[in-house]
Every structure is written in structure tokens, then in C-alpha cells.
Design a protein around this ligand. Structure first.
Ligand SMILES: [Zn+2]
Ligand SMILES: [Zn+2]
Length: 158
């Protein structure tokens, strides 16, 4: 048995490692690993929170990737299961990297600031078993979303 000890948080050590990991993952999903696709995946994996198309396009502009290409690649990568697409109630699609080692599930919960629109990943918020049973009676959960004011926008910030 190949008992690969999967210690969590395998962070690519260098930009070139991040690029070659992205290239391998894109090829493994049967897509052509174009420079623009690799750049998009690397950028989204590096981001701390899900990115909108506009945010990604802005980050990729420096590498000479135009907006239309960035948009097409986001959809290609999402279609291949390398990115997860979320719509968090503000009519913007946001993209974040999936873990290629993990089966695609419902993903993790997010917090959306209703004032500034910033999104934060909440890895450790879980529904209780009872909540899951009650939700399952209604339908399939695709997204868990908490909305409110971030620390910058809260009442304390004025
Ligand atoms: Zn805010
Ligand atoms: Zn997230």
C-alpha cells in the first residue's frame, strides 16, 4: 500500500513550483496548459479569498492577459473542476481554487460584507448534524453564506 502521508497545507515553495504544479493539474484535467491558464490558476491559488473576474483580470493584466481571455479561462478551469464558482448574493461570480486532492463537495462557507463586498473564506464553520438533516429535507446545499459587516465596515468603524 502506498501510504503517502498527506500532511495538510502543501504550499508550493517557489513561483516556478507553483507554475509547474498548476501546469500538471491543468493537463491532468485534459485541458491544454496555456500560459494564460497557468497564470490564472496560479493567481487564484495565491489569493486569500475568492476573486471576481474583474479582480483576476486586473492581476493578470501585468502578464499581458486580456480580459476576454481571462474570462474564458476562468470558465474552462471551473468546468474542469480546478476552480469553484460561487455567487454570493451580489450577482458577481467569484472563483477560488479547489484542492485537486479532494473530491468536490459543497465547499466551505463564506462571509460576505454587505457594505464593501469583501469575501472571506470560513473553513471551519460547520452545520450541525440537525441542521444538515433539516436542510437535506428541503434540498441540496450548494453554498453556505454568512452576511454582515466586516471589521472595516462595522458600526465601530463609523
Ligand atoms: Zn466591509
Ligand atoms: Zn472560500
Amino acid at each position: 500500500m502506498n501510504d503517502a502521508n498527506a500532511a495538510g497545507g502543501r504550499q508550493p515553495a517557489s513561483p516556478s513550483e507553483a507554475r509547474s504544479a498548476a501546469r500538471e493539474d491543468i493537463r491532468a484535467r485534459g485541458l491544454r496548459a496555456t500560459p494564460a491558464r497557468i497564470a490564472a490558476l496560479v493567481e487564484i491559488r495565491r489569493a486569500a479569498a475568492p476573486l471576481t473576474h474583474a479582480e483576476l483580470a486586473e492581476r493578470l493584466a501585468a502578464s499581458g492577459v486580456d480580459k476576454a481571455t481571462a474570462f474564458r479561462n476562468l470558465n474552462d478551469l471551473a468546468g474542469a473542476g480546478l476552480l469553484r464558482r460561487s455567487e454570493l448574493g451580489d450577482h458577481l461570480w467569484r472563483f477560488e481554487a479547489t484542492d485537486p486532492q479532494q473530491e468536490e463537495g459543497e465547499g466551505h462557507p463564506h462571509f460576505l460584507c454587505v457594505d464593501c463586498g469583501s469575501v472571506t473564506c470560513l473553513g471551519d464553520v460547520q452545520l450541525t448534524a440537525g441542521s444538515r438533516r433539516r436542510s437535506a429535507a428541503v434540498g441540496t446545499i450548494t453554498e453556505i453564506l454568512l452576511r454582515g459587516y466586516c471589521h472595516d465596515c462595522g458600526p465601530a468603524a463609523g
